[in-house]
Design a protein around this ligand. Sequence first.
Ligand SMILES: [Zn+2]
Ligand SMILES: [Zn+2]
Length: 567
Amino acid sequence: MDHKTLLKKIKLSIQLMELHDENPFKIRNYQSALISLEREDQDIMTLNESELASLQGVGKSMVEAIQQLKETDTFPFLEELLVKTPEGILEVLQIKGLGPKKVKTLWESLGITSTHELMEACQSGKVAKIKGFGEKTQNTIIQNLEFIASNSGKWLYADIEEMFGQFEDTLRVIAPDAELAIVGDFSRQMEIITEAEFLLASDELSAAKTTIKAMESIEWIMLESGPRTLRGKLKEIDLSVSIHFCSKEDFLWKKLSLIASPMHMEAMVDEKESIAKKLQKKNYSSEEEFFSINKLQFIPAEMREGYGEVELAKENKIPELLGENDLKGILHNHSTYSDGKHSLRQMAEYCKELGYEYLGISDHSKTAFYAGGLTEDQIVKQHQEIDALNQEMAPFRIFKGIESDILSDGKLDYANEVLASFDFIVASVHSILNMEIKRATTRLITAIENPYTTILGHPTGRLLLRRQGYPLDHKAIIDACAANNVVIEINANPWRLDLDWRHVRYAIAQGVMLSINPDAHAMEGYSDMKYGVLVGRKGGLTKEMTLNAMSGEEIGSYFDARLKKIN
Ligand SMILES: [Zn+2]
Ligand SMILES: [Zn+2]
């Protein structure tokens, strides 16, 4: 233990004392001791007992605690406090602007004991509603949480997208005559971005380089840079930057090489040569021509991952990919009936305004009491409101759905006659996320086999950069969906993007449809659909295999037919 760590532990014990409402006099004693220790110029680790005791505000029990900390890295009172504190709370305590009092309020009023629960509560607007919090505090918490999540230099595509655009604009101003391309993971629309990579081709490279080196916003790391690449880090956000340089003559092959993932580069085009080898020949004058002279169907950039796309291209089996405009309605949305921010009417009117033909509302079910899950009575009330709105807003249509919790044994949490009153049911896991793979898979398959399940919601429960999904046998899950005619959601929330695109092709091959669902908890949430489409495309998703690319009429008959089959 060193001086700094020791102070941190004392600070933590004070935070925990406040959290657990310990004796205020004791808290004050610890606080004044800490102030005095922080002011101390000497290394506390070198002070003996009597030297410590002579410091202002440092009493007998604090001297004892410090001696124990020196010897055992902890002290009994701290251990006592830690035992009664959920582990995740310690992380929540680290968030800037959230003192122990606020953390205690969050814990008591919303049951928040981890950063991801806090994020979910903020995103659904629940934190703002607590007395003493408000919209502003909530936004600050979100920002700080996002910072923590991404401070390892990893960013969600959606969070970094705007920055890429600005960066590109800046480079265009710096080198107006240059040819410029975004390359690397971002050009393939990867869900997580760890580097901003650009390619710049100019006949006056040295001038461009000099200006770029002088850019205020980047700290260049010359040790990692070379004559053809500048590497560095953005100063404002934790993200690596690489700018590759080449002559205009080399621009095309360089660009194609830098867009491709390493696995795509290694994929064999014929018996002798890989994509990388073919690219080096430079015997093509456009991207399209590169593919055509190598007898390959054109492969869109986002698919150049090395997941079998070259084989597909040889057989002319790359499909026309889903576009945002193909989507005709928005399924899986929450309203104020459960934990949404906007009313059913607001959600419906905004959906219609955006040009969609239908909205699928699916508030939380009763087991999700922490998210305001609906009781049977509330369901009846919601259905009445939907019927009235449907009359008023026709031909626009609201479909009656529910996001039914999958209980630990795989059952859905309403009786069959209640389940039968919905047009569609999204079945999702929200609790007991730590099952091992076999039990977790069986649990989901039981839910999939329930005849009322229409869509399997966010299959793994992952939150990118925050929480791993639970382990699943994806093949078994997809096979079960195929056997039971269940659609799998691609949850379009940039934090989720679950089902992962790497499993989309297998699902399609088994005849399983996918649905691009924003899981919107507010009207603004609809705009996330875009990110679902991006990852769907990476997996080769087509309009034909997308549930919500159906028209309002088609999907209405689809839901009806499914229900008829049960009865
Ligand atoms: Zn959910
Ligand atoms: Zn949801």
